[in-house]
Design a protein around this ligand. Structure first.
Ligand code: AHR
Length: 519
């Protein structure tokens, strides 16, 4: 048995809701709900996404061009816009990734016929004709209802270039950049708040040391705004690679905090970078290795947060996990540079446990961006010409969107183990929140593919008249939605609970994600 002391520090706060989970007997968890409202609020941007000029994410994914037979709005597929609206995507990061540090934004504005074609050196060496640029992205975000997050070019760009991009999209007065924007058809600025100052500066963004990057950051951040940051830009420093804690330490130490709103972190669930294995034909041992790597996010967020606490006890600077998700070998026969993979129940488990981790660390994690939205890595949408399907990961993100902007109800519980050979992992993951309408939502994941687990909730002083729920599961962890069977895996009503007086008993089936609503 392993103890999950998740956010137990909130138990010290008098008005904070507490769920204390006590082990009653083997494989049964009792949950007592003890108070009315939780803190902190789960920032909706934890449910963010990421779209890079990579493979068929933008071209052939989001963007088919306005002459396509596929129904579109200014070249962006209507079915994708609708699906992402339903998902309540709060924020979308673009144009990279590694691509961002080779991207020169002026190549992607103005008359499309005059835009230069370049080579996408990071991803497949394909021709990038720049037909999808700043206007296309920002107008698409408006249609989806998502806040844009622009990743600026530090690796091969200049301070002037990034400063001018900020002015081009945000300046309402008279200036050469705002004139250019108006000449290109957009009168009013978009007022983009979120700005990445480079990407993976330790790697594809320039192979810099943390100290060198911290200096570069200070220079860029200075000229992106005025000294008082009166435009309220949210500047995000390129963050650590997984367990590179020194990187976070140096950034927090060397960058004045009035110039820094967020520090990023990237962590992918990978079995072995040299042998990532198939996205669909995997063994249970490989399943366990993937989940182990995904669950490492708990340790990473805890340790990076502790470093940030040392320099910023008031938690002013946010931890932004702007790339996360499962990463496998590409599907056989596809371009290795396009990172196209299928999405199975394993990915639903990765999404469920990772989002629970982010929810439970909502005091410091205030944005996260799943990599990537369409046709790349742990995508929520796959397309094949006119066809489109929603992956199991889409469904988990949709089920969980009830947590957006809701008050965290911290949980402490002891999970049974999921055991395979000599390996053990916590089988059950839980997070909970209460929304502004007084509904409490509890999201539960059982990653154990063979055993169900029982969870008992004592409703305590959460007054509720009704409980309902939805479940996502499938007989095999390798199951996925294909273009032949696009709805094989989708959420269905969940009836696997009993609700007697103040005790709710839930039977969590193997490899399942359940979201309960108490109202
Ligand atoms: O998401 C794919 C790539 O992974 C991104 O471009 C890069 O930032 C990361 O290494």
């Amino acid at each position: 048995m392993r103890l999950h002391a998740v956010l137990s520090r909130y138990a010290m706060l008098p008005l904070v809701a507490i769920i204390s989970c006590l082990q009653l007997k083997s494989q049964s968890i009792q949950v007592t709900i003890d108070s009315q409202a939780g803190k902190p609020v789960i920032n909706r941007n934890i449910y963010g996404h990421f779209a890079e000029h990579l493979g068929a994410c933008i071209y052939g994914g989001f963007f088919v061009g306005d002459s396509s037979r596929i129904p579109n709005s200014a070249g962006v597929r209507n079915d994708i816009i609708d699906a992402l609206k339903k998902l309540k995507v709060p924020v979308l990061r673009w144009p990279g990734g590694c691509f961002a540090d080779t991207y020169h934004w002026k190549d992607g504005v103005g008359a499309k016929a005059k835009r230069p074609s370049i080579v996408n050196t990071w991803w497949g060496g394909v021709t990038e004709d720049n037909s999808f640029g700043t206007h296309d992205f920002l107008n698409m975000c408006e249609k989806i209802g998502a806040a844009p997050y622009l990743a600026g070019n530090v690796g091969s760009g200049t301070v002037q270039e990034l400063t001018e991009w900020v002015q081009y999209v945000n300046f309402g007065g008279a200036s050469p950049m705002s004139k250019m924007r108006k000449d290109n058809g957009r009168e009013n600025p978009w007022n983009v708040q979120f700005w990445g100052v480079g990407n993976e500066a330790w790697g594809c963004g320039g192979n810099m040391t943390a100290e060198y990057y911290a200096n570069e950051y200070r220079k860029y951040a200075t000229f992106m705004s005025d000294w008082g940051n009166s435009s309220k830009l949210f500047r995000i420093a390129s963050g650590a690679n997984s367990g590179d804690f020194k990187w976070t330490e140096v950034l927090m130490r060397d960058i004045p905090h009035h110039m820094l709103e967020g520090v990023a972190l990237h962590h992918y669930a990978v079995i072995d970078w040299n042998n990532k294995s198939s996205s669909t034909a995997f063994t249970e041992q490989q399943y366990m290795s993937s989940l182990k790597s995904a669950l490492k996010m708990e340790e990473l967020v805890t340790k990076h947060s502790a470093i940030m606490d040392k320099y910023d006890p008031a938690k002013k600077v946010a931890l932004i996990v702007d790339e996360w998700g499962g990463w496998y070998n590409v599907e056989p026969g596809t371009n290795p540079g396009f990172l196209f993979q299928q999405n199975t129940i394993r990915d639903a488990m990765i999404a469920g446990v990772t989002l629970n981790i982010f929810n439970n660390h909502a005091d410091r994690v205030r944005m996260a961006n799943l990599a990537q939205t369409v046709n790349v890595l742990q995508a929520v949408i796959l397309t094949n010409r006119e066809k489109m399907l929603l992956t199991p990961t889409y469904h988990v993100m949709e089920m969980y969107n009830v947590h957006q902007d809701a008050a965290l109800v911290p949980v402490t519980f002891r999970s049974p183990d999921y055991v395979l050979g000599n390996d053990t992992l916590a089988a059950v993951s839980i997070s909970a929140s209460t929304d502004t309408n007084g509904n409490t939502h509890i999201s539960l994941v059982n990653i154990d593919p063979a055993r169900s687990h029982e969870v008992r909730f004592s409703a305590g002083n959460i007054k509720h008249k009704a409980i309902s729920g939805r479940i996502l599961s499938s007989p095999k962890i390798q199951d996925f939605n294909s273009f032949e069977q696009p709805d094989k895996i989708r959420p269905v009503p969940f009836n696997g609970f009993t609700n007697t007086s103040d005790l709710v008993t839930i039977k969590l089936p193997p490899a399942s994600v359940v979201v309960l609503k108490m109202n």
